[in-house]
Design a protein around this ligand. Structure first.
Ligand SMILES: C[S@@+](CC[C@H](N)C(=O)[O-])C[C@H]1O[C@@H](n2cnc3c(N)ncnc32)[C@H](O)[C@@H]1O
Length: 280
């Protein structure tokens, strides 16, 4: 499966958003999806716009107010953009002491080149992405410094487009907020010992995977996650009707305005508890 460059336009909901994704070719994932060892072009960016990061972090903080530790998993984390986006928004909006219970975020990817770039504690950011980040009101210099050496990723396809690509090194506090490891989604899902305090981000990866692997992800997620925990998808995943599959397996959408957020549990039961709980 080769993703056409049109993909950029397809996933962009906001016509005013200057969409720019960094693309990497990934061969390792052929084991789980793409046929015949084909290279697959996968994309990511900081603060990917299929999630409203601001309301997402506020919702999480509110929801997990009684928990001492919240386990966040960035499955299929690519170069680290997703985990850093979440960590930065948490740090931007909440105090150090409150953020502590969300860190470190556990981030995994199966592709050697991509996960090694994340582990190098550097990230490449495009010039149009920097423009977008500024518009979100985030000061990049608060979270990143210039690295000693620029990051060169062998399978980076972004540079073919002649875009301005700049290397950044996260500040110590941001580095400590994420732990990167090479692993695949199912292996990590199976290890989760949940206590209703987990957030599994499994975003924009499922259309690359084989059908039985996707079914297994949904089934294991439904088994290991307890009521109150979350499974978060991306806009690209909706192309394989992942929402419907999750809803058939014990998840529901707690927020109408966020179609990519799924909570484990029965929505009717939750509503009854909210409405009548104090009477029972
Ligand atoms: C399109 S990127 C998504 C990155 C990020 N989650 C986002 O939404 O921006 C897909 C990533 O999934 C990784 N991947 C593919 N199959 C995987 C698997 N079975 N387990 C873990 N990672 C996988 C690829 O290497 C690639 O980095």
């Amino acid at each position: 499966m080769i993703i056409s460059p049109l993909y950029r336009q397809v996933v962009t909901k906001n016509p005013n958003f200057l969409s720019c994704y960094r693309s990497y070719s990934s061969k390792a994932i052929s084991e789980f999806g793409a046929k015949d060892n084909q290279y697959v072009r996968t994309s990511t960016n900081l603060f990917r716009e299929d999630l409203d990061w601001n309301s997402f972090v506020k919702f999480l903080v509110n929801h997990f107010v009684d928990k001492d530790r919240v386990m966040i998993y960035s499955m299929a984390c690519s170069d680290g953009s997703e985990a850093y986006s979440l960590a930065i928004f948490l740090m931007e909006k909440f105090s150090k002491s409150l953020c502590k219970k969300f860190f470190p975020i556990m981030a995994h990817d199966v592709d050697d080149l991509i996960i090694n770039s994340a582990k190098s504690e550097r990230i490449n950011i495009e010039d149009c992405e920097i423009y977008y980040i500024n518009k979100l009101g985030i000061n990049l210099n608060k979270y990143f410094v210039n690295p000693k050496r620029p990051l060169k990723i062998k399978n980076d396809m972004t540079s073919y487009n002649n875009v301005g690509l700049f290397s950044y090194e996260p500040i110590q506090e941001l580095k400590q907020s994420v732990e990167f490891k090479k692993s695949d989604i199912l292996t990590e899902l199976n290890k989760i010992k949940d206590n209703g305090n987990s957030v599994v981000m499994c975003r924009n990866v499922m259309p690359y995977l084989k059908e039985d692997y996707i079914d297994e992800i949904v089934s294991v997620a439904s088994k290991v996650l307890k009521d109150g925990s979350f499974f978060v998808t991306g806009d690209y995943d909706s192309t394989i009707k992942i929402g419907e599959r999750l809803e058939k397996s014990g998840f529901y959408r707690p927020l109408l305005e966020n179609q990519n957020l799924f909570q484990k549990g029965n929505s009717k039961e939750m509503i009854d508890r909210l409405l009548y709980g104090y009477l029972i």
